[in-house]
Design a protein around this ligand. Structure first.
Ligand code: PGA
Length: 255
């Protein structure tokens, strides 16, 4: 596990973009795992800039998103479809046929989840998965208590998560009750993982994930079992770590 601590959010984002761009240049048909949330927005912005100004080419890239709310159509401004197109996919030269986001409107959700897993496998697996982390240690919609071996499936949102998200909806009863999410096991099958976190509100979760025991009560802690993981943080998110994370990573990361 490589823990990389940058001064602030901007530096964290540009380092993350450098890693992704490096992987795309080495493998133009990279399979990229994407995440929603506020954390990767700076990374997406920088990748858009690299696409426009430096010709970073996404034309052969395939993407898979981690999760989506059940019951929200892609046109809903709180759907993760909408988020991804607005904040990233509409602004790069990607072939939309190669982008995958769980279908929250699928009629048969179990069948869809099986198809999603199958599709990832057929394409040869995810090369690098971008991850955020919840303040409670969740990854995607895998809340504490999720099986560390879980696969793509439907999950019930906790009341806490629904309340946290209520501000984005007109009424509480509009807040989705379910989501489709890649499982912890699905994420762990990615060849590389890039976990990003910034801000003080993530410091406890990062301490638990990086230095705590591996436990389903902090699903992000499972990354300790992965062979190729980068934990890229700003100083605030790293502020509760006790370990000494020396700067040996640059040679390794771009090797
Ligand atoms: P955030 O969400 O990036 O908006 O903090 C991360 C997460 O909940 O996984």
């Amino acid at each position: 596990m490589l823990v990389i601590i940058k001064k602030n959010y901007e530096e964290m984002s540009s380092e993350a973009a450098k890693i992704i761009a490096d992987r795309i240049r080495k493998k133009p048909n990279l399979v990229l795992g994407l995440a929603t949330g506020s954390t990767p927005l700076g990374l997406y912005k920088e990748l858009i800039r690299m696409n426009k100004e430096e010709g970073l080419d996404f034309s052969k890239i395939t993407t898979f998103n981690l999760d989506e709310y059940v019951g929200l159509p892609p046109s809903h401004d709180q759907s993760y479809h909408y988020f991804m197109y607005e904040n990233f996919l509409n602004h790069i030269n990607i072939d939309k046929r190669f982008t995958h986001i769980p279908q929250g409107m699928a009629k048969d959700i179990d069948m869809f989840c099986e198809w999603y897993e199958q599709r990832i496998k057929e394409i040869g697996g995810i090369d690098i998965q971008i991850l955020g982390i919840g303040a409670n240690g969740h990854i995607a919609f895998n809340e504490p208590g999720s099986s560390l071996g879980s696969r793509t499936r439907i999950k019930t949102l906790t009341e806490k998560t629904r309340k946290d998200n209520a501000r984005f909806f007109k009424k509480m009863n509009e807040v989705p009750r379910y989501a489709i999410t890649m499982g912890v096991g699905t994420v762990m099958d990615s060849k590389e993982i890039l976990l990003l976190a910034n801000g003080e509100s993530k410091a406890d979760a990062i301490r638990a994930a990086v230095e705590g025991p591996v436990t389903a009560m902090c699903p992000a802690s499972v990354v300790q079992m992965h062979r190729e993981v980068f934990v890229l943080l700003d100083k605030k998110a790293a502020s509760k770590l006790k370990g000494d994370y020396v700067d040996t990573w640059e040679a390794k990361i771009f090797s």
